[in-house]
Design a protein around this ligand. Structure first.
Ligand code: ADP
Ligand code: MG
Length: 380
């Protein structure tokens, strides 16, 4: 059964009727630009073919109901304030709340969710869920919400309702990405540019390797990184670390006494530049040449931002040893996925090399697949 068929079947089982329509929103990988989003910087994600589908129909009683093939408990709620719905239902109640809070009249609906975006692997299943529900509510309610405003509404759901202090990257990617393109996003102005990202034409592919590393301390470490970045910006007298260019970095590092702040700052400043350099190469059609930037990004996340773990580092090193042009962890860190830029015919060999390195270390086997840039959130 496809994910769409699963969503329809779940809707029928839960509510005994047919949905009015289906909406889908993808997970994403971030090609480069990690932890730059909350520093008003640059990111470059593309949408995955894996997606979350919401089968949605009107509610007979003015309340919202939602069930998911991946959650044991269905959730029902009326109009709520942050904190009232908890658990996975908070992502959905949060979207209803954020739309209402933005002044929109949100239609009461019944929803069934199905998804093949892996949970908690740094591929943004949370934003896929929010974006599918948001797009459905906007379409069914006939709400006039411009595309460029939508990511911030979904982000408010996650920040203020769920209580996860994430940046704008995930929701922007899920909502605004286009097939065959990478999304160059300025997280300060929300300006976007669709960057051609045709790997197949260049004989290349992106292999995504899920390290399957257990996530630990993710929320606390994420919050600590954000705090360090804000502290650095305050010491340097700038609004955000985005305002420090690479040419100004040596002087900025001199002014930061604290070694941890210096490392965090160096990652953000150099990572922003790597995004700009990657975009320039892709615009020029030099896809293979972005490899060293990906690998440099990984080293920066490992040594300066200190957000990688051994399983992730081993995946990067073994992919590079197997001939990848570049490799890096993608997503917030402390586990999750690695992406490797490879020749299209090297997918099996690279995946086998990583799996071999994992076996040698006694790690649980990784999962690997090829990622092709898919479309953003849409009615299907
Ligand atoms: P990531 O976004 O990296 O996958 P998060 O921790 O941000 O990880 O979000 C994962 C959470 O989102 C899950 O624990 C669950 O609460 C919710 N979620 C995502 N997709 C679904 C789904 N299809 N059904 C139910 N809950 C989901
Ligand atoms: Mg998430």
């Amino acid at each position: 059964m496809s994910i769409s068929e699963e969503a329809v079947a779940a809707f029928r089982t839960a509510y005994g009727t047919e949905p009015a329509g289906l909406w889908a929103a993808p997970g994403r990988v971030n090609l480069i630009g990690e932890h730059t989003d909350y520093n008003d910087g640059f990111v470059l994600p593309f949408a995955l073919p894996q997606r979350t589908v919401a089968a949605v129909g009107p509610s007979p009683d003015g309340t919202w109901s939602v069930c998911s093939t991946l959650a044991a408990e269905p959730v029902a709620f009326g109009t709520t304030e942050p904190g009232e719905v908890t658990g996975w239902g908070a992502y959905v109640a949060g979207v209803v709340w954020a739309l209402q809070d933005a002044g929109y009249t949100v239609p009461a609906v019944r929803i069934a969710i199905a998804s093949d975006v892996p949970f908690g692997s740094g591929l943004s299943s949370s934003a896929a869920l929010e974006s599918a529900v948001l797009t459905a509510l906007i379409d069914l309610g006939g709400l006039d919400v411009p595309l460029e405003r939508r990511p911030a509404i979904a982000q408010r759901a996650e920040n203020l309702y769920v209580g996860a202090p994430t940046g704008i990257l995930d929701q922007s990617a899920s909502i605004r990405c286009e097939a065959g393109k990478a999304l160059f996003l300025d997280c300060r102005s929300y300006a976007i540019e669709q960057i051609p990202f045709d790997l197949a034409a260049a004989g290349l592919a992106i292999l995504v390797i899920n390290s399957n590393a257990p996530h630990q301390h993710v929320d606390g470490e994420y919050g600590a990184r954000r705090k360090s970045c804000e502290e650095s910006a305050a010491v340097l007298g700038v609004t955000a670390l985005r305002d420090v260019g690479v040419d100004e970095l040596p002087a900025a590092l001199d002014r930061l006494g604290d070694e941890v702040l210096r490392k965090r700052t160096r990652h953000i400043v150099t990572e922003n530049q790597r995004v700009l350099d990657t975009v320039a190469l892709l615009r020029a059609g030099s896809v293979r040449e972005i490899g060293p930037l990906l690998t440099a990004s990984h080293a920066s996340m490992r040594d300066d931002f200190e957000i990688t773990v051994e399983r992730v580092d081993v995946a990067v090193e073994s992919a590079l040893a197997a001939g990848a042009y570049g490799a890096r962890m993608t997503g917030g860190g402390f586990g999750g996925c690695v992406l490797a830029l490879i020749d299209a015919d090297r997918a099996d060999a690279t995946a086998a090399a990583v799996a071999g390195a994992y076996a040698e270390k006694g790690f649980e086997a990784p999962t690997s697949w090829l990622a092709v840039a898919g479309p953003g959130a849409t009615r299907i």
